[in-house]
Design a protein around this ligand. Sequence first.
Ligand code: GLY
Ligand code: MN
Ligand code: MN
Length: 465
Amino acid sequence: MFSDKTYSSRRALLRERVTRGGLIILPGNGEAPANYPSNTFHFRQDSTFLYFFGLNHPDMVGVLDIDAGEDTLYGDDLSMDDIIWTGPQPTVAELGARIGISQTKPLAALPEQITLALRKGRPVHFLPPYRAENKLLLSRLLGVAVDALSNYISVELALAVVSLRDKKSDEEIAEIERACEIGYQMHTTAMRMCRPGVVEREIAGAIEGVAMQYGAGVSFASIVSQHGETLHNHCYDGVLESGRLLLVDAGAETTMNYCSDFTRTFPVNGKFTQKQKDIYNIVLAANARTFELAGPEKLYRDIHLEACRVIVDGLKDLGIMQGNTDDALEAGAHALFMPHGLGHMMGIDVHDMEDIGEKYVGYDLETKRSEQLGVSALRMGRRLKPGMVMTDEPGIYFIPAYIAKWKAEGLNKAFIRFDRAEQYLDFGGIRIEDDLLITPTGNRILGKRRVPVTVEEIEAFMAEN
Ligand code: GLY
Ligand code: MN
Ligand code: MN
């Protein structure tokens, strides 16, 4: 945990930024049953709760009284029966003291504070809940049907939280760097294990073990697949075959739940074919273009399109695309090969603050998510600011069903050489992903060691390890 001052000053800033006054309710998460009540999923605290309260314990709720300038932590001390099963735990008062809160109360006292505020007509602010238990809690506390909760979300609170969590402090960056170092270990473990005959599951298990060994586990379910063209492929049944590529998209959380998110694609037998190298180097050039361009005040949507320009030009050189590059980009013809966005923010969530709502996190009044093919999948399009942490993850994928659909419909046929694209139907997909920090003058890559990324670095690493 950070010091109590970090959490106190974050809460004070939040109270200042929600100018309408009233109460702010920030529920933490509870344990979630997997297949019966006492067999729970790995506990994951809510990230906004972690940001303002830092406590990685289930069943706690924080309430900020903006007008009184007073914060209350609600939670129940463990009973003797709990202690028999879970071991001794700090009391809620002790937990409060660690984060600068002297006022702690049992959960049963929570409705009273909320009801009193509602009776007085004071605003009660909350963020969009994403877990059923917290939807039910807010529904009960506010007397609003679960289905109607979305009508009462506090936009002012959403914007205030995003404005604070957007900008990572030095101590947060240090945590993200730790997550990146774990990510380095995960990806180099995958490269070391990769050889014909190994089952994808063996690599997935080993790298997720690395994430557990050094931190709180993975930041999302790892993607370890020879079918890199399936973007979020969580099937690990493939047996590695010489001549194919393995895509590994994986990251870790530190014990404080800060994340990393890297992707590398490498040849199963340790040597790229010329055909693989040609596509790989286009993706690597798009990844490098992002590093050239990213900096304060730049729109990430524009950088996305510049990275896509590199992809279009590269595919034109290989005869897979054709025509005027600007026209192809405007029509979204590149989306056949790169159907996702260039990247997203990262922090305590791997897709940072995605629960709060994309229109407040990835977009704003100036930039709305476009419906245009080629940019419509971009999660984050707005202006960059110093302190933001972004991913840079271009890719080129040959998705047989998608190619067949476009060909059948004649979609963007002025820009796509379908006969040439069809020569890649068994190619798979390539993605390269790094994490970067926006600095006052530009950006810097995160992680003290970059996972091998050039063709030469990967081939040398795989030959030596
Ligand atoms: N693994 C999901 C992503 O890279 O966004
Ligand atoms: Mn990723
Ligand atoms: Mn990512």
